[in-house]
Design a binder for this molecule. Structure first.
Ligand SMILES: Nc1nc2c(ncn2[C@@H]2O[C@H](COP(=O)(O)OP(=O)(O)O)[C@@H](O)[C@H]2O)c(=O)[nH]1
Ligand SMILES: [Mg+2]
Length: 373
């Protein structure tokens, strides 16, 4: 592993290819730990099947190379199309770059693995980043939650729309807006492109830029590349997730009594108190550096905390960890057989969370909370 990592960090293509194979087989956790972050700009390209993503990606490779930069591409293909025309078309199109040492292209089949795609994609982009590529492009399949997960790990995301589909405005309204940093009206040579352009412009209120391209000829690509570089970047998602402790939850029989210890005797400062009606619990939050201590007292008999006190007595009730991407973390846990107690959902403080059963965690209830939510 050490040797492969060293060779990846030196930018050796064969080591990069080998690392990708290990990552795809789920056999690379040690390798990933040995890699160091590089400086890649990580770009996600998404849009409905047939929108021209592969054609666009191929042209973008050309534009980026003409700008003197190196680029690695991860094309996520629906495996059902593996023997069909689409992928064959991609291969033939992108073939012109295979001899170029400044371009590395890797395709990955989804095998219909719901929720399992994002961690692998993330790991592969980390390999490319460590290998020193200036730009990493991820072309997604264009359907489902996986695509949103994949797109969300990029620093900038371009969403391709095409005229004549009729459902673009609908797509915008149903959440694609949140993942798009740039809208591209591709196939601008087709009728209806100008109309779609204006409809999208009206919808984004000048917040998200909208550009037009003809990927088939390369028209508009220089402008796209300029924009992609100048757009504000999201959190660099190639970083390994940080599992900071958000808070420790302690079940107590009396908040006032517990506060006499933490607040008065220990001197931790003012507690933020609230009653979470839905969970029948009175809560006092105390800041402890970057983390917090959450004291929990049942507000009604029969509540979860009341039952915990009866069964186990006062004490540590749960540990809450902050993760950058809750959906990805939950999917990863599920694929490893961990017992999730709920679907990721929005909690009282407006944060997204999921609970994991103590049976999976070494005996303590674990809460995962999404950062910045
Ligand atoms: N007219 C026109 N056709 C295009 C353009 N870009 C791509 N296409 C065609 O659209 C089809 C789907 O393209 P592809 O790149 O495979 O789409 P993907 O499924 O999103 O990757 C192919 O036949 C392309 O040649 C364009 O700008 N104009
Ligand atoms: Mg494609």
């Amino acid at each position: 592993m050490n040797e492969i990592a060293t060779r990846v960090l030196a930018g050796e293509r064969r080591a990069v290819a080998r690392a990708c194979t290990l990552v795809e087989a789920g056999r690379a956790p040690d390798l990933l730990r040995l890699l160091q972050p590089g400086h890649s700009l990580l770009i996600g390209i998404t849009g409905a099947p047939g929108a021209g993503k592969s054609t666009f990606t191929d042209q973008l490779i050309q534009t980026i190379r003409a700008d003197g930069k190196t680029v690695a591409v991860l094309a996520v293909d629906p495996s059902s199309m593996k023997t069909g025309g689409a992928l064959l078309g991609d291969r033939i199109r992108m073939q012109r770059h295979y001899q170029d040492p400044g371009v590395f292209i890797r395709s990955m089949a989804t095998r219909g693995a719901m929720g399992g795609l994002a961690p692998t994609t993330r790991a592969m982009t980390a390999v490319f980043d460590a290998a020193g590529f200036d730009v990493v492009l991820v072309e997604t399949v264009g359907v489902g939650q996986d695509e949103i997960d994949v797109a969300a790990m990029a620093q900038v995301v371009a969403v391709l729309l095409v005229p004549g589909q009729g459902d673009e405005i609908q797509a915008i309204k149903s959440g694609i807006m949140e993942i798009a940093d740039l809208f591209v009206i591709n196939k601008a040579d087709l009728p209806g492109a100008e109309k779609l352009f204006q409809e999208i412009e009206a919808e984004v209120h000048g917040v998200t830029p909208v550009l037009k391209t003809v990927a088939a000829t390369g028209q508009g690509m220089a402008e796209v590349w300029a924009r992609l570089q100048s757009l504000p970047r999201r959190v660099p998602r190639t970083e390994p997730p940080r599992f900071a402790i958000d808070h420790l939850g302690i079940a107590v029989s009396s908040l006032d009594e517990a506060l006499r210890f933490y607040q008065d005797a220990l001197g931790m400062g003012e507690a933020h108190r609230e009653t979470v009606a839905g969970e029948k619990v009175d809560v006092a939050m105390l800041q402890a550096g970057e983390s917090r201590i959450e004291l929990l007292q049942p507000s009604e008999p029969g509540s979860t905390i009341a039952r915990f006190l009866e069964k186990r007595g006062p004490g540590l009730h749960h540990i809450a960890l902050r993760v950058p991407d809750l959906q990805a973390a939950a999917a990863r846990l599920q694929s490893h057989g961990a017992r999730l107690l709920n679907e990721p959902r929005i909690g009282a403080g407006g944060h997204r969370y999921v609970f994991i059963h103590p049976a999976s965690t070494g005996g303590v209830l674990l809460e995962l909370i999404e950062e910045h939510s």
